[in-house]
Design a protein around this ligand. Structure first.
Ligand code: AMP
Length: 583
């Protein structure tokens, strides 16, 4: 093969060496920091640094919208985000104030995110497919002061409940009509009125930058707090796991409302100076291949559900497109079944590199690297700089803790996956919830809530969740939030929500409901409850409803979701000592 056609050497060429010589201080030196030693700011590393080093003319974002494609260079993105920062300041929005987005992958998302960081405000991106209830809960929990959204989303999901969102001072519409709805601003006009000059204020690496909501088994969603220093981890992990270099065309298909859509959909690719694709369309197999081919995508970061849907669409379809620019495929968010990897190897002539992380970790923690053989079914090995282990579990399925001591397990033993805290993108707390934050640590480890095992060669294998949260199409769904919404229906007196396996989505949400006296189970009520859930919760609503007048309870009166799940799957019911059938 002539030298110029050899594939480039991967960023992480030797795993053992990379781990041995790695230090976070050295990783930070790959970034430049704010001029004059004034700290570390995500927006500077993502955009302004490239302008300062002469790459301002490179395309930062290729936005594929419903009506066409728009390119934004690093310089244009720098100026637009300066305008957004000026706009925030003119509205009296300052450091630590929360700016929420409810958007797809429109250019304004990137402008708002970067402008928000330039102003030291905090970005909280929401999933636009959520219904009004999860949106309201998060806006209230996160003390939202600003919301950037579309006119349609505003009219459907925000306006009807605006009077309950008193702290929300400003709503900026990216596509406002000539006469914007009351109490909203037209973002385009507002940006045009602002200066494109801005000096990023001194930024402490510990300054709060991001608020990402995630779900637990009980209670309200948790707001995981991330700081500007996280950019060090975003950058280095994208170099190692996604193998990014400045000339790449990179496509991260994750929705911006979930952490992948920010860490690797906005921050990491821009810090590497790549061209990132922002595709605002819905999933459609043929269209996705067209996007990959037309834009000569070189690195593609996607999810198992999407790959399973592409597999269903068949290899023939894939063969009609020129995907020869593709160099690396990675996947995250849910278990990646080996069949998908085998199929991808045949179809794309490339393997799929699974990796693992979660909202709290802020960046990829465990990964299959391009320089290592992929073990289909394994999540890979820990990043350089990351110490991971599995801990023995107690009867409740979580790591057993006695006097703050835990037990590290040996080869192939299943336990709770745990990480040694201290990397830059580690969450710094759950907003307003110190108690839940503390509960996430024991014996010097951060407890992830996942079950895993480690094989003799140090590869990690996902076993399942240690708690009751559900992963549906890669989206983390808190059963409590779904149960609470169903309880608002007059027919429902109690609900238990679980995930049931689904070939494509991984899991789907299923609710077991107990009816109030006077209501009869039947197809009409089932359809009504599904529609009711959909209206309130949007995409995370239950897809299946079962009627059950005798839900199993623990002795403290909680619905035993674990037992509902065991019954649903025909599994042994396990230790029922805390079960009380009749209350
Ligand atoms: P989130 O915080 O929404 O990103 O969800 C994180 C959770 O998704 C993890 O705790 C896992 O349960 C699951 N997850 C993420 N990546 C993987 C993976 N590669 N394999 C299996 N499960 C995964």
């Amino acid at each position: 093969m002539p030298v110029e056609t050899l594939p480039p050497a991967p960023n992480l060429a030797d795993y053992a060496q990379a781990r041995q010589y790695f230090s976070w201080a050295a990783a930070q030196r790959l970034l430049s920091g704010l001029p004059d030693g004034r700290g570390l700011n995500i927006a500077y590393e993502a955009v302004d640094r490239h302008v300062a080093t002469g790459r301002g003319g490179h395309v930062a974002i290729r936005a594929i919208g419903r009506t066409g494609t728009r390119d934004l260079t690093y310089r244009e993105l720098s100026v637009l985000s300066n305008r957004f920062a000026n706009l925030l300041r003119s509205l009296g929005v300052g450091p630590r104030d929360r700016v929420f987005t409810l958007l797809g992958r429109q250019p304004e998302l990137y402008v708002a995110a970067l402008g928000c960081w330039k102003n030291l405000s905090v970005l909280s991106p929401l999933f636009a497919a959520f219904g009004p209830e999860p949106i309201r809960n998060r806006l209230l929990l996160g003390d939202a002061q600003v919301l950037v959204t579309t006119t349609t989303l505003y009219r459907r999901k925000i306006a009807p409940q605006r009077d309950r969102l008193r702290g929300l001072r400003h709503v900026l519409l990216i596509d406002a009509p000539d006469r914007p709805p009351d109490d909203t601003l037209d973002l385009r006009t507002a940006l045009d009125a602002q200066s494109g000059e801005w000096t990023i204020p001194a930024t402490s690496p510990e300054a709060m930058a991001l608020l990402h909501f995630t779900s637990g088994t009980t209670g309200t969603p948790k707001g995981a707090v991330h700081v500007h220093e996280a950019v060090v981890a975003h950058h280095i992990t994208a170099g190692f796991a996604l193998d990014l270099r400045p000339d790449d065309v990179f496509w991260c298909t994750a929705d911006p409302g979930w952490v992948t859509g920010t860490s690797y959909g906005i921050v990491a690719p821009l810090t590497h100076g790549v061209t990132l694709l922002a595709d605002d369309g819905d999933f459609d197999a043929a269209r996705w291949y067209q996007v990959l081919a037309d834009n000569h995508v070189t690195v593609w970061y996607t999810a198992p559900t999407a790959l399973r849907m592409l597999m269903r669409a068949g290899s023939d379809l894939a063969s009609r497109y020129d995907l020869s620019a593709l160099r690396h495929i990675a996947s995250v968010g849910e278990p990646l079944n080996p069949e998908v990897i085998w199929w991808a190897r045949q179809t794309y002539k490339l393997s799929v590199h699974d990796n693992w992380w979660q909202t709290e970790t802020g960046a990829i923690m465990i990964s299959n690297y391009p320089s290592m053989p992929v073990r289909p079914g394994s999540m890979g090995r820990p990043m350089p700089g990351i110490e991971a282990t599995v801990l023995r579990c107690g009867d409740d399925g979580r790591a057993a803790v006695t006097d703050d001591q835990v037990e590290v397990l040996g080869v192939d033993q299943v336990g709770e996956l745990a990480l040694r805290p201290g990397w830059p993108s580690m969450f710094r707390g759950y907003l307003h919830d110190e108690f839940r934050y503390r509960k996430a640590f024991a014996g010097g480890w951060y407890l992830t809530g996942d079950l895993a095992r480690i094989d003799a060669d140090g590869y990690f294998w996902f076993v399942g969740r240690a708690d009751d949260v559900i992963k549906s199409s890669g989206h983390l769904v808190g059963p409590f939030e779904v149960e609470s919404a169903l309880l608002e229906h007059p027919a429902v007196t109690e609900a238990g929500v679980i995930g049931v396996p689904d070939e494509v989505a991984g899991e789907i949400v299923k609710a077991f409901v107990t009816l109030r006296p006077g209501y009869q189970p039947g197809e009409t009520l089932r359809a009504e409850l599904i529609a009711f859930g959909r209206r309130r919760l949007g995409a995370v609503a239950p897809r299946e409803i079962a009627f059950d007048q005798n839900l199993p309870h623990t002795s403290s009166g909680k619905v035993m979701r674990r037992l509902l799940k065991a019954r649903e799957l025909g599994l042994p019911e396990g230790d029922l000592s805390t079960l009380e059938r009749a209350r």
